[in-house]
Design a protein around this ligand. Structure first.
Ligand SMILES: *Cc1c(COP(=O)(O)O)cnc(C)c1O
Length: 383
């Protein structure tokens, strides 16, 4: 990145429209392009393969993540699926057990039946990944999530990427949805790919679904680009534009999300209704030291354990006024989620227990409203 994050977020891929001077590039709502003569074109031929509005977003995110290129998709899951579809039967994927539910589901229901070997590690440590890599015949992708959902476990991306690099032909992937490039830049830490659900913080306003893959090298980008063009799970030009609009304020939003989340985590820890408050920014978080080393700040999600279990959760969810009960996270507005019945409902009771999610676990996506208002909302709800 030649200029700072904040400046890149606003200017990369955002040259004023050359034909009118419009400060905001137009939305190229077109499926195809008139060709001046047979065999000649202006660089655009068909919008599945390429569209100027999508290309602007891809250029901006590649710059923000420090990669050579980026492919945008119609959802986070479409991006993840496209990357996994670059594998062949017999190839292996290793992943932490504490994985986004949708990623776990697609690995188990689509890619395992398709012949991809999958091994998980409960310990998302370099040793855990080394062990998982030894359990598949032909490891090709090592999937890392940090911080994880909803328990906010943090992995040492540099150390795990180094272990992955020891294996010929194996690349590391970091799902950077929870951190965003403002807080953490996995490619600089040695990862080969970053994936995002841009539906969360990147777009940031709970108004568009999208995803993307950023690659560190041209060799890593090529198969994803080919999959994007061939399989075509692309975002519309309007969705790409809307996402780009969100990216311009990513730095200021993330700063406020982090400030509010830290203030809330500290205040909730002092309340007797919560037996546990999980936030990587708290010094008693088990991975606080790693988080401090590889992240600029600690994110906008706070997870708590209600001391009185499910009855207390039900009361809380019913009485909250500002926090909306909703799937998803990362919007400017605060949201609350009960993982066992919402984001993680596809997991069995045993799988939930294995991950440390209980009937008292509640996840807050802390928005950018006034921090005192948010704390007061939780206080009045548990009182
Ligand atoms: C939401 C999410 C996804 C899936 O993205 P969609 O845009 O909902 O398809 C993947 N990974 C993480 C960490 C997420 O939070």
């Amino acid at each position: 990145m030649t200029s700072s994050f904040e400046t890149t977020a606003i200017h990369a891929g955002q040259e004023p429209d050359p034909s009118t001077g419009g400060i905001t590039p137009p939305i190229h709502m077109t499926s195809t392009y008139a060709q001046p003569a047979l065999g000649s074109n202006k660089g655009w031929v068909y919008s599945r393969a390429g569209n100027p509005t999508r290309a602007n977003l891809e250029e901006c995110l590649a710059a923000l993540e420090g990669g050579v290129g980026c492919c945008a998709f119609g959802s986070g899951m479409a991006a993840i699926t496209a990357l996994l579809q670059t594998l062949r039967p017999g190839d292996g994927v290793v992943a932490g057990l504490d994985l986004y539910g949708g990623t776990h589901r697609i690995l188990e229901t689509l890619f395992r039946p398709w012949g991809v070997e999958i091994a998980y590690t409960r310990d998302a440590t370099p040793e855990g990944y080394r062990d998982a890599l030894s359990r598949v015949a032909r490891p090709r992708l090592a999937w890392i999530e940090s911080p994880t959902n909803p328990l906010l476990n943090v992995s040492d991306i540099a150390a795990i990427s180094a272990v992955v690099r020891e294996r010929d032909g194996c690349r590391s992937v970091v799902d950077n949805t929870f951190a965003t490039p403002y807080l953490q830049r996995p490619l600089e830490l040695g990862a080969d790919y970053v994936v995002h659900s841009t539906s969360k913080y990147i777009a940031g306003h709970s108004d568009v679904i999208g995803g993307l893959v950023v690659a560190r090298t041209a060799e890593a980008l090529e198969p994803v680009k080919r999959m994007q063009k061939c399989a075509g799970a692309i975002p519309s030009p309007f969705d790409a534009w809307l996402t780009q609009r969100g990216v311009k304020t990513l730095a200021v939003r993330m700063q406020r999300h982090c400030d509010n989340a830290l203030a809330l985590a500290e205040a909730l820890r002092a309340m007797t209704e919560f037996s546990r408050v999980v936030y990587p920014g708290l010094t008693d978080h088990p991975h606080h030291a790693i988080a401090k080393r590889q992240m600029r700040a600690f994110g906008g999600v706070v997870t708590v354990e209600m001391r009185d279990g499910f009855p207390a959760v039900e009361r809380l969810l019913e009485r909250l006024r500002i926090f909306a009960l909703a799937e998803g996270l990362g919007g400017v507005e605060s949201m609350v989620n009960f993982p066992p019945r919402m984001s993680h409902e596809s997991l069995t009771a045993a799988e939930l227990a294995e991950r440390g999610i209980t009937q008292g676990t509640v996840r807050f996506s802390v928005g950018i409203e006034n921090a005192d208002d948010l704390l007061e909302d939780i206080r009045q709800a548990v009182r």
